[in-house]
Design a protein around this ligand. Structure first.
Ligand code: HEM
Length: 496
């Protein structure tokens, strides 16, 4: 067979597929750009060529086509506050699967967060959840406060020496030290050095910037995971801390699982090994992947929420003053910080945090669910079983019908004259932590970290923004998490 015949046959198949997707596919009647209906190359273009601009494109598409848009051959995206609670419903009849083609995007396919099938997900989640429960996180207050004290001493130093504090760096090292100290046999201890080594920060930032490439080409994970550490270190010397931490902890986890080692605290490895999961779920690979999901899930997400909130507070003197006054009244002695549970009852602090999380977005990539058991109806449309349905935090958190002037930072919207029912609706509309049966499991830890950091900073220091504008904080690109413009130096402050 000649090459031209093969090419002709391939083109013929592609043409038939295009015609099927445009005219005969069950989603053919749903409005949206024809290119998106034809191929996932549309998504790839906005992810890879445009550097992660898909969420902003989706907003344009909804403005043009309405609340439901076909954004892929087998995917629709919805912008409709009436649909959000249904999408995230916890009813057992509504347990939706994750989107299988993206299951390898985080490189931890055996973890709860990457589990596609809803039944298996539920079992894994039930086993993991108690480790991150509110009561358990409460018992880690001293660990969290110890790391915050370290950051506070760095602020003192900045005050004395007139130096500029780089908050993304401080906070990334703080949350990484906290989660590793709580969950792993050996912590990262990034804050232990007086002069912070920026290697881990640079490595993490570079990796995060490439996450959409990993989504489309998960083989990159396979290559990296199978690469000898010495090669990786030669390619990326900044990875040194991460690589050495991983080698040490993997060895300890193996010893713990085989009963050869005692560690003085109960890590997530002990927790999972003692859980009621079957032994097929307790192998080294699965437990390691489950535990390391904490590093990705509980690192940059918290840093973003903290930086977004602090930036907006500092940008407005009135907000700074009101917050500082409330915190001062609630914490008369700055060396005795109450627990996060007590701080959560401070109305203005809570409103500031709610608004900060609304603006921070959490995960910018769309949240996709699939009903593999039955069809979903939306308006006059019937989405057949197996259709991918998605929402995006950029659109949900900025819905102007729920949040007038959504681009503004207005903590008062969570406070003044609100009926409980409308507050409840607003909270449901903010999907920074996702929602329903797959809602973030680390929310208690994240909230505790944020409450305690804001209290310590605004009780003890007067901070000033240093060469930081909206652009340095506002999400401009999606890399799974929000990414700022290329030249951003992040949130920087001075401590006069
Ligand atoms: C402000 C900080 C955080 C934000 C915005 C955030 C956001 C999210 C979101 C949106 C999801 C749902 C993903 C999906 O539906 O596909 C999620 C899931 C998850 N998060 Fe977080 N997260 C944060 C902090 C944390 C922390 C500190 C941890 C703990 C170590 C954590 C652990 C998890 C886990 C284990 C899941 C999977 C839950 C499941 O699939 O059932 N997160 N997070």
């Amino acid at each position: 067979m000649g090459l031209s015949v093969i090419l002709g046959a391939v083109l013929g198949v592609i043409l038939v597929l295009i015609l099927y997707r445009l005219c005969l596919h069950p989603l053919a009647g749903i409005p949206g750009p024809k290119l998106a209906a034809v191929s996932v190359l549309y998504e790839m273009y906005y992810d890879l060529v445009k550097g992660g601009r898909l969420p902003w494109k989706l907003r344009e598409l909804h403005d043009a086509y309405g609340p439901i848009v076909r954004i892929g051959p087998n995917e629709v995206h919805i912008r409709d506050s009436g649909f959000t609670p249904r999408f995230f419903s916890s009813a057992s009849s509504n347990r939706l699967d994750k989107y299988a083609p993206h299951r390898r995007q985080l490189g931890i396919t055996k973890s709860t967060i990457s589990t596609v099938q809803s039944d298996l997900h539920q079992r894994r989640r039930e086993a993991l959840a108690p480790f991150l429960s509110s009561a358990r996180i409460g018992s880690y207050t001293s660990v969290i406060l110890c790391k915050i004290e370290n950051i506070a001493s760095r602020f003192e130093k900045c005050r004395l020496l007139g130096e500029v504090a780089e908050l993304r760096l401080f906070f990334l090292y703080m949350v990484t030290d906290i989660i590793t100290e709580i969950a792993f046999p050996e912590g990262t201890n990034l804050l232990a050095h007086e002069e912070l080594d920026k290697g881990y920060y640079t490595f993490q930032k570079a990796g995060q910037a490439k996450l959409l490439w990993f989504k489309h080409f998960p083989i990159i994970w396979t290559l990296l995971k199978n690469m000898p550490p010495s090669w990786l270190l030669r390619m990326a010397p900044q990875a040194s801390v991460a690589v050495h931490w991983e080698i040490a902890n993997k060895r300890l986890v193996m010893d713990i699982l085989s009963g050869n080692r005692n560690v003085d605290r109960r890590t997530v490895i002990h927790h999972l090994a003692a859980s009621s999961l079957p032994s097929s779920e307790k192998g080294f690979d699965r437990i390691w992947e489950e535990s390391t999901s904490f590093l990705g899930a509980g690192g940059e997400t918290v840093v973003n929420a903290l930086c977004t909130t602090i930036f907006h507070v500092l940008k407005d003197d009135k907000i700074t003053q009101r917050l500082a006054e409330e915190v001062k009244a609630a914490v008369p002695d700055p060396s005795r910080i109450p627990s996060a549970q007590v701080l959560a009852s401070l109305p203005y602090l809570s409103a500031v945090i709610q608004e900060g999380q609304r603006k921070a977005l959490g995960i910018t990539s769309r949240i996709i669910r699939v009903d593999n058991k039955s069809s979903i109806s939306y308006g006059s449309y019937v989405l057949p079983q197996g259709t991918a349905v998605s929402l995006s935090s950029l659109l949900e958190n900025n819905d102007p019908t729920m949040f007038p002037n959504p681009e503004e930072f207005i903590p008062e919207r969570w406070l003044e004259g609100r009926a409980d029912s409308s507050l409840k609706e607003m909270k449901k509309q903010v999907i920074t932590f996702g929602g329903g049966p797959r809602k973030c499991l680390g929310e208690h830890l994240a909230q505790a970290e944020i409450l305690l950091v804001l209290t310590v900073l605004f009780r003890r220091f007067r901070l000033r923004l240093y060469r930081t504008s909206d652009m340095d904080v506002a999400p401009m690109y999606d890399s799974l998490l929000p990414k700022q413009w290329e030249g951003s130096k992040g949130l920087r402050v001075t401590v006069p």
